[in-house]
Design a protein around this ligand. Structure first.
Ligand code: PLP
Length: 452
């Protein structure tokens, strides 16, 4: 059993991350050698004076990264290959870039269907002709466009065929490309909206106009009055508020004369009723649908699609070719195989069940321990919008939640106009059995906040 020296600085928060970082360093430097057994989580938690959940989180992180292995009956050991192990994800502080991992909308990456994906990669490598290793069609390999078109018709009620689909490196790149093609347009974005998307939209040449979102979704009357020619919307599950665009507003948006960019980022996860079909299926000549596998599989695959009217799809395909000659071909074939053999649907069903359980556990724990916090926007997706009592500082709440290992973000940077204090919290990585402890701990941390 390892005799560990782990130093944590409580005032810096994110204790689980600190523990993981200390252990990672010890393994890298050889102070913890392969095969060494780590203390039981309860014991280390006791030694460090932290809750057991925090140590569990740190261990789970290192298991996911390949530094540790967890063996039934033997506990948690330093992995044999650990010193040659993978680099940990680099944080914003190290790269000087915004940290894009573990956002409130991130899926549970430890649940990635490794075996099935490996089977698809293996199949592809064993069967594709040599030509497959050449540059592919910049619009995406035809097999994938065919499979995806079928999937989007079935699951999202999209009106799409292989010829109006373009494979891209995620929604982010899809939006960049379509905006490049459209030229300098007035682009309406929802207020609040994803703060990480705004720089990308501006870089692509769009001039942003902020249109408010209320309890029914985007205010379409305000959109009409804004003079924008193009609108970027998240109708199935507004980001960040989680509002589903109401039927009346959907109808009004379809009456609006401009081009709609439909960011369908998390619509495959709908928990309490059938998914709302996408807008694109209603008006394929005026809506561009953008989606990706970032929530259903993993953001790191950087695989997404846009479905656009034929002339726009052609222009985007050309733009993609001119930009970087297209997406990795082997991964596209693998996704096509994964879709064709039912792996994608099976994974969706499995994760829908799991995320619903985690969402329900979080909601129950909040109702019990922090009833003054109002939970909204949880019909779909991987995050909840928490409306905070007046007087609470959303930045502080988000930081306290982050320190407990939650993926939490304050609303402030996402708002154009000021609004009531709120945060978004991801539940995809919060195991159901840990929700009560984490929320109870948050309550303790928040006890210093003034509540009107
Ligand atoms: C609102 C919104 N749109 C889209 C995405 C997905 O982007 P991508 O498909 O480029 O990974 C995210 C990811 O967090 C998001 O929050």
């Amino acid at each position: 059993m390892a005799d560990l020296h782990v130093e944590i600085r409580r005032e810096r928060g994110a204790i689980a991350g600190q523990i993981a970082s200390e252990l990672r360093g010890a393994i890298r430097e050889g102070r913890l050698r392969p095969g060494v057994r780590l203390p039981a989580t309860r014991q280390l938690a006791g030694d460090l004076g932290v809750s057991r959940g925090v140590v569990v989180e740190a261990y789970e992180q290192l298991v996911a990264e390949g530094f540790l292995v967890s063996k039934v009956g033997a506990g948690t050991l330093v992995a044999e290959a650990a010193r040659r192990g993978p680099e940990p994800p680099r944080t914003g502080a190290e790269t000087g870039l915004p940290f894009y991992g573990y956002r409130a909308t991130s899926p549970d990456l430890t649940s990635f269907p490794r075996e099935r994906w490996l089977a698809s990669i293996r199949h592809v490598l064993g069967t594709v002709p040599g030509d497959a290793f050449d540059y592919g069609d910049p619009g995406g390999v035809p097999e994938l466009r065919e499979e995806l078109a079928g999937h989007l018709r079935r699951v999202r009620a999209a009106d799409v065929g292989p010829d109006n689909l373009v494979i891209v490196g995620g929604v982010a790149q899809g939006l960049s490309l379509i905006l490049q093609v459209l030229g300098e347009v007035g682009l309406a974005v929802e207020d609040p909206t994803s703060d990480r998307q705004k720089p990308l939209l501006r870089r692509a040449g769009a001039e942003l106009v902020h249109v408010p979102v209320d309890g029914e979704g985007l205010d379409v009357a305000a959109l009409s009055a804004s003079g924008a020619e193009v609108a970027l919307v998240t109708p199935a599950h507004q980001y960040p508020t989680g509002v589903v665009l109401s039927p009346a507003r959907r109808a009004a948006l379809m009456e609006w004369g401009g081009l709609v960019l439909e960011d369908d980022y998390d619509a495959e996860f709908r928990f309490d009723r059938d998914p709302v079909g996408c807008l694109q299926g209603l008006a394929p000549d005026r809506v561009v649908l953008a989606g990706s596998v970032s929530k259903s599989l993993a953001p790191g695959l950087r695989l997404g699609w846009i479905a656009a009217p034929r002339h726009l799809a052609k222009a985007v395909r050309r733009a993609r070719g001119e930009l970087d000659l297209g997406s990795p071909v082997i991964d596209q074939y693998a996704l096509a195989h994964f879709l064709r053999t039912g792996g994608y649907d099976r994974n969706l069903r499995r994760m829908r069940r799991e995320y619903k359980t985690r969402r329900d556990a979080l909601v129950r724990a909040l109702a019990e321990h922090l009833p003054e916090v109002e939970v909204r926007g949880i019909e779909a997706g991987l995050h909840a919008y928490l409306h905070l009592p007046r007087g609470w500082d959303e930045q502080v709440v988000a930081e306290e939640a982050q320190a407990l290992g939650l993926s939490a973000e304050p609303l402030g940077p996402m708002r154009h106009r000021p609004g009531p204090p709120a945060i978004v919290v991801g539940f995809a990585r919060l195991l159901a059995h840990r929700a009560p402890d984490v929320v109870r701990a948050l309550k303790v941390r928040m006890s210093g906040q003034s509540i009107d």
